[in-house]
Design a protein around this ligand. Structure first.
Ligand code: AMP
Length: 202
């Protein structure tokens, strides 16, 4: 499981872990965004919470995860990214399956806002860029899109939700002896190196 505040680089670093472990990435944020863009009932329900920087209700998320874990590619384990985000979600997950390791990517709040407001996505390749820290290839700039919740006001709400509801989970997993902490403030490559080291030591 990848754990950390919004904008810590969980999605970016997930790629390395998927490469090392071969396990599929399960990102509740990506699943919800896909439901929103398809206009499903779930998407309509989740949209208001997401756009205001609040967490989607636990029972919605738990149902989503139960369905996802029943898919064949999840039978040998998955990499959770952005889930669980509350103690009730972690408790529900513990009923379904065992969490073997948690990698916490730590980034101070001051850095998060700068990271998130400069974040852009290429809708064709799905690749994530940053206007300053990871500029897109020349010629692709005009097609890049920004997530609706990647603006300063919403980021501050998302950070507040993280501190109140998600951060206590770090201690929850640390008490179970399965938490590895990685400094998330370096370059993508530096953080990737630390993440790979943590995964190989698990
Ligand atoms: P993310 O892409 O992980 O930053 O998630 C984007 C938004 O989706 C969050 O700000 C929440 O509104 C919602 N979300 C994603 N995962 C969860 C979760 N596990 N629990 C509650 N809300 C979630």
């Amino acid at each position: 499981m990848l754990f950390g505040p919004p904008g810590a680089g969980k999605g970016t670093q997930a790629e390395i872990i998927v490469e090392i472990t071969g396990k599929p990435q399960v990102s509740t944020g990506d699943m919800l965004r896909s439901a929103v863009s398809q206009g499903t009932k779930l998407g309509l329900e989740a949209k208001v919470f997401m756009e205001s920087g609040k967490l989607v209700p636990d029972q919605v998320i738990i149902g989503l995860i139960e369905d996802r874990l029943n898919e064949p590619d999840a039978s040998n384990g998955v990499l959770f990214d952005g889930f669980p985000r509350t103690i009730p979600q972690a408790e529900a997950l513990a009923e379904i399956t065992e969490v073997s390791a948690v990698i916490s990517i730590e980034v101070p709040d001051e850095d998060i806002v700068n990271r998130i407001v400069g974040r852009r996505m290429d809708p064709i390749t799905g690749e994530i860029y940053h206007v300053l820290f990871k500029p897109p290839p020349p010629g692709t700039e005009s097609r890049l899109v920004q997530r609706k919740d990647d603006n300063e006001d919403t980021v501050r709400m998302r950070l507040a939700a993280y501190h109140e509801q998600t951060k206590p989970l770090g201690e929850w997993y640390s008490n179970r002896g399965i938490l590895a902490i990685v400094d998330g403030t370096g370059t993508i490559q530096e953080v990737g190196h630390s993440v790979a080291k943590a995964v190989r030591s698990i």
